[in-house]
Design a binder for this molecule. Sequence first.
Ligand code: FES
Ligand code: FES
Length: 135
Amino acid sequence: MNLQLTVNGRGWAGEVEPRLSLADLLRERMRLTGTHLGCEQGACGACTVLFDGEAVRSCLLLAVQAAGRAVTTVEGIDLDLGPVFQCGFCRPGFVVTAEALRRAGLPATEEVLSGNICRCTGYRPIVEAVRRCLT
Ligand code: FES
Ligand code: FES
């Protein structure tokens, strides 16, 4: 299928398989590997991207659903959460979620950030880092 969308402010057009996920489009076709894949079931949040400004799980969306939309990945976000992560696998998801909160003017609560799973670090330093970024 023909697909056109905007990613990090740049237009992209190409042919994609109907069942290609948005995450795989970003990682494999566009080489935007900052978007991580953990569970591929919508549970971990590592694949979070902005979809017309809203935080979504890119593993759960088909690439063709992004036709005509604006996608922002972690590579397109200038938000430094600092050295609070250990392995860093979850970091892109937290950065994108933080950016979604920043754009919406919403506070960083433990509840909203609990949609991003970190297997290494305690959540308190991450939540505090996001709060610092948003002030
Ligand atoms: S990889 Fe998408 S939510 Fe885990
Ligand atoms: S720092 Fe390793 S998963 Fe979060």
